[in-house]
Design a protein around this ligand. Sequence first.
Ligand SMILES: Cc1cc2nc3c(=O)[nH]c(=O)nc-3n(C[C@H](O)[C@H](O)[C@H](O)COP(=O)(O)OP(=O)(O)OC[C@H]3O[C@@H](n4cnc5c(N)ncnc54)[C@H](O)[C@@H]3O)c2cc1C
Length: 389
Amino acid sequence: MDFELSQEQRMWQRIVRDFCESEVKPYAAEVDESAKLHWDAIRKMKDIGLISLEAPEELGGMEVDTISIAIAMEELGRACGSTALSIAAHNGLGCAPIKRWGTRAQKERWFPSLISGEVLGALALTEPGAGSDLLGGVQTFARREGDEWVIDGSKAWITNAGVAPVIVVLCRTDREAGARGFSLILVDTKTPGLTIHPPEKKMGLKGSPTHMISFDGVRVPYDSVLGDPGEGFRQTMMTLDNGRIGIGALALGLGQAAFEEGVKYAKQRRAFGKPIAEHEAIQWMIADAAMELDAARLLVYRAAWLKDHGKDFTKQAAMGKLLATEVAERVSRNAIQIHGSYGYSREFPVERIYRDQRLMTIGEGTSEVQRLVISRRVLQEFDTVASPA
Ligand SMILES: Cc1cc2nc3c(=O)[nH]c(=O)nc-3n(C[C@H](O)[C@H](O)[C@H](O)COP(=O)(O)OP(=O)(O)OC[C@H]3O[C@@H](n4cnc5c(N)ncnc54)[C@H](O)[C@@H]3O)c2cc1C
């Protein structure tokens, strides 16, 4: 067993941390207040590869290992939740399916702009009536007409839709075929009939744009499908497995930031004649946060390691995401508690971190869905062990 990052991974962590400290964290409050991404930082991310983590090497991408992606997401989360979510969605949801299942022509068409630093990628799964239950609920339908798909329907809560040149869209393509009746289709955002509605007004992650989209007879070439038609549901589940490592790491970063703010404040603030860090009740919160963040980090990075070693990681990614997001919630809640009234003020970052982390137990599969994924696997494993024949 080896719990150490490799030398390259440590160097990468240092590069991303330094970048985030100077280019991302100082703007986090402004990004939240203005509800706008800081594009100067995103343009600069091009130089260190943060926007090409899931782009093919031959087209200028980084194609780094999953642990390095987790490192990047944790550092971004530690600096700014909004920026981190948009970059996570760009890499893990927008770029990864095109890298994985795109044809050479699709990759050559979309990657130059996707890694330019001027736009971000997006994946549209969720609909107004379907989030957790995509299989039963997705209504957006693409029908074949000659050499085109004609798409009708709507998608909800799509990160980066308004800043994306192309959106990967989960469409039902055969109503009779169950899980084999879906396809992921690339839709150029300039296509007539596609409407990207104004950004949602959210509780947190305000700088990360989230949009409703509607499709009214949107026509795209038949070869815009990723992989084979009918593969979309399986591709979606695989994309979400990966994405859960990224969101788990992002949540760790948010939790870590709240933890650091809490410890810093506890050492400065005095009550009853001594720094509050010397009161046991505060020490317990600090101890629990340190322990829980460490445990969550081990789970998230183990899932990344399993993926990098070509092993099954579905259950472990769900466990990592579940624990990291719920730990981020507790740690940021307690960081506010440690700050007292000041924690409730927008002058201190813990209030923003608390709002930002709240999404993490919902997006890319709610905590309840993670528990379903884990329990299904456990029950299957138990059956296999109990009846080896
Ligand atoms: C800021 C933000 C960004 C997002 N970005 C994207 C994006 O880029 N692309 C995208 O496609 N989507 C995106 N989403 C949508 C997100 O992935 C969904 O909101 C999420 O999957 C949950 O779906 P839902 O909101 O429809 O909730 P529902 O599925 O309606 O669930 C409601 C509640 O019921 C529970 N529930 C549902 N089924 C079960 C069950 N079987 N057992 C127990 N409990 C259950 C859920 O856990 C939840 O508590 C985003 C959402 C937000 C808020």
